[in-house]
Design a protein around this ligand. Structure first.
Ligand code: DGY
Length: 321
């Protein structure tokens, strides 16, 4: 019988992550890679000392109330933790960590892709070529919105927001942002701070969301705020689907007030919003912001670093509660 801590890994993490985890822990992996259900989480809590879940495993207050006291740490393989009821886990005595920093560039890359693709008709363009429907060219064909030199509004200037701003600077964009607090001049790097959300919206030809999903930010981008954006604005969301009122977004796209949207996350995941499928002006990806090989390894290693510190009796670097 080994004296290594036992951990549960409900999803198929990167090979390098699994190899390191198996070296240092007794590991139970959900080989079929399906999301861990509430029943799985509760049952596993009596068999393991720690878990490395993804945002697909939901630690609601009801689940947490039934956790076995054996489980001492939830070392998330994600930066977002809206799938975890942090106060409930804290009062249950479970330590929770996440994986900040390491996915900022990968997520910002996807935000750039969505912004460019939404601005330049990537969905319709690809389909027209792919289906053989491209039979003419004219100066008025597929004319889009120029990104270079345009004004970008960034909601949430945390690590991902700042990584996105760095990339947007490469396109000579004029960067505006709203954040709970103003950044230092060094981090701001010339970006224009708006303490007031409405004033940010009014100047945002492009708007990219980079804030966490919390009860306060739920449906942040609602009909009223969409109406404040300039005519023809483009929306980008790589944060969480809960930030957007999807019905209001559809109305704004249908009216033409919003030109297009690039979305990597949706109110309902997996699956997305079926009403979006008929809209060529929505460029959609299936929540793959952090899905690069290097980033998956880095996320797995960061989660393991947190577990290692915890089981060595130290403070995990990314402890949230
Ligand atoms: C995150 O880390 O929050 C990403 O959305 C993937 O889960």
């Amino acid at each position: 019988m080994s004296d290594k801590p036992v951990i549960w890994i409900p999803r198929r993490l990167s090979d390098a992550t699994l190899a390191r985890a198996r070296r240092d822990y007794e590991v139970i992996v959900n080989e079929d890679d399906t999301p861990g259900s509430a029943e799985d989480i509760i049952a596993m809590s009596g068999r393991v000392d720690g878990m490395i879940p993804c945002h697909s495993e939901h630690f609601s207050a009801e689940v947490v109330a039934k956790l076995d006291p054996r489980l001492r740490i939830v070392a998330n393989h994600s930066v977002g933790v809206d799938h975890c009821d942090l106060p409930a886990l804290k009062s249950h005595g479970v330590v929770v960590t996440n994986t900040p920093d390491v996915l900022s560039d990968a997520t910002a890359e996807i935000a750039m892709l969505l912004m460019l693709g939404a601005a330049r008709h990537a969905v319709a363009g690809d389909r027209i070529v792919r289906t053989g429907a491209w039979d003419s060219w004219s100066p008025s064909f597929m004319v889009g919105k120029q990104v270079t030199g345009a004004r970008i509004g960034i909601v949430g200037m945390g690590r991902v927001g700042r990584a996105f701003a760095r990339k947007a600077r490469g396109f000579d964009m004029e960067i505006h942002y709203h954040n709970r607090s103003r950044l230092s001049p060094e981090d701001e790097a010339g970006a224009i701070f708006h303490a007031d959300v409405d004033s940010l919206l009014e100047v945002s030809d492009f708007l990219s969301l980079h804030c966490p999903a919390t009860p306060e930010t739920r449906k942040f981008l609602n009909a009223e705020r969409l109406a404040r954006l300039p005519e023809g604005a483009v929306i980008v969301n790589t944060a969480r689907g809960a930030l957007i009122d999807e019905a209001a977004l559809l109305d704004a796209l249908d009216s033409g007030h919003i030109a297009s949207a690039g979305l990597d996350c949706f109110e309902v995941e997996p699956g997305g919003n079926p009403a979006f499928a008929s809209h060529d002006n929505i460029f959609m990806l299936p929540h793959i912001g952090s899905a690069t090989r290097a980033t998956r390894d880095a996320m797995g290693f960061r989660a393991l670093d947190n577990l290692d510190a915890f089981f060595a009796g130290k403070e995990p670097g990314d402890r949230l509660v």
